[in-house]
Ligand binder design. Structure first.
Ligand SMILES: Cc1cc2nc3c(=O)[nH]c(=O)nc-3n(C[C@H](O)[C@H](O)[C@H](O)COP(=O)(O)OP(=O)(O)OC[C@H]3O[C@@H](n4cnc5c(N)ncnc54)[C@H](O)[C@@H]3O)c2cc1C
Length: 287
């Protein structure tokens, strides 16, 4: 196996396209190295992106934030201004693994590993995050929701990789929240999860919302009916009940020892309702 650590985007693309066998991007390695050690995959070439300038940076852009693809969970959650804008994504990212994992894991790695239970992905989809992808044919910006296409599979073409994640500008009374259910208290994979981002007007009425569910379908679900249940309301009990119902209806989970279909559907509705209440309180506090 060959380990390469290019210092430019172009040389990373070349390393991916020139590889004789399977080539994989190495970001934090917290999924990739585990999969290699357990013989699930055996890439010929590893392309470490951590030495590419800019990929470890968090920068302001167009009122929003550009997060380099090699920025770790710890670097993200220690950035006060970023976390003030996106507390829900920060709490989702912070749930990944332990302190050691936090020093390495990345948003793009969580996204491109394409697990249906990935914690940061529903929060990024709720945030309407956009991934910047580079490859042999140039650069393209793609909504995060369109990257995972099946468990373990992404829409990236051969030779392509993610260089950054863009989070859009926040309205003054906007906030997000993320909740997951796990049978243990930490270091476990979500049985169901919900990320919600919403914007309130000066009167406290919801004028925009995005609701994304994790671990209840092969890929993250963006549930427009759930968002519609909130928009135009002040998140009264009836609106929250309609939100929960829409999430239950949209969920198509698997049935396994960690949760039955009925359990996951019910729990995802409860999580969405609670996340909406948290996001609302945060939005009110930002005003
Ligand atoms: C002990 C432990 C606990 C964990 N707990 C959680 C948890 O609670 N929740 C959770 O969601 N995950 C968890 N994980 C999984 C993992 O930590 C996360 O998915 C993490 O975000 C992966 O990021 P990474 O940078 O380490 O990815 P890597 O392992 O480097 O890469 C993962 C995959 O994505 C590809 N890839 C990485 N970066 C890019 C890129 N920029 N462009 C294209 N492809 C790319 C790689 O080739 C690989 O296929 C845990 C892992 C461990 C070991």
């Amino acid at each position: 196996m060959q380990y390469l650590a290019p210092t430019s985007v172009d040389s990373a693309i070349a390393a991916l396209t020139d590889a004789a066998g399977q080539a994989r991007i190495l970001a934090g390695g917290t999924d990739l190295l585990v999969q290699m050690k357990s013989d699930m995959i055996a890439p010929e070439v590893l392309v470490d992106i951590k030495r590419i300038p800019g990929l470890r940076e968090i920068a302001r852009e167009a009122g929003g934030w550009r997060i380099g693809a090699a920025v770790s969970g710890a670097e993200f959650t220690e950035h006060a201004d970023l976390c003030a804008d996106w507390p829900g994504l920060a709490e989702a990212f912070d749930l990944i693994g332990s302190t050691q994992v936090q020093g390495r894991c990345t948003l793009a790695g969580n996204l491109c590993n394409a697990s249906p239970a990935a914690d940061s992905v529903p929060a990024m989809v709720a945030a309407d995050a956009v991934a910047r992808i580079v490859g042999p044919k140039g650069t393209r910006d793609v909504p995060v929701a369109e990257i995972p296409v099946a468990p373990g599979k992404t829409s990236l073409a051969p030779g392509e990789f993610v260089t950054s994640i863009f989070l859009p500008a926040r309205a003054p009374r906007a906030a997000d929240a993320y909740l997951r259910f796990i049978p243990r208290t930490e270091m476990d994979i979500a049985v169901a999860s919900a990320g919600i981002s919403l914007t309130l007007d000066d009167d406290g009425r919801c004028v925009a919302a995005r609701v994304a569910l994790g671990a209840v379908a092969p890929t993250v679900l963006l549930v427009e009916e759930a968002a519609a249940a909130l928009i135009g309301t002040k998140l009264e009990a009836a609106a929250l009940a309609a939100l929960a119902q829409a999430c239950e209806s949209a969920a198509t989970p698997i049935d396994d020892k960690r949760g039955t279909v009925a359990f996951r559907k019910q729990v995802v509705g409860v999580l969405a309702r609670r996340a909406a209440e948290i996001a609302k309180t945060r939005a009110e506090e930002r005003a």
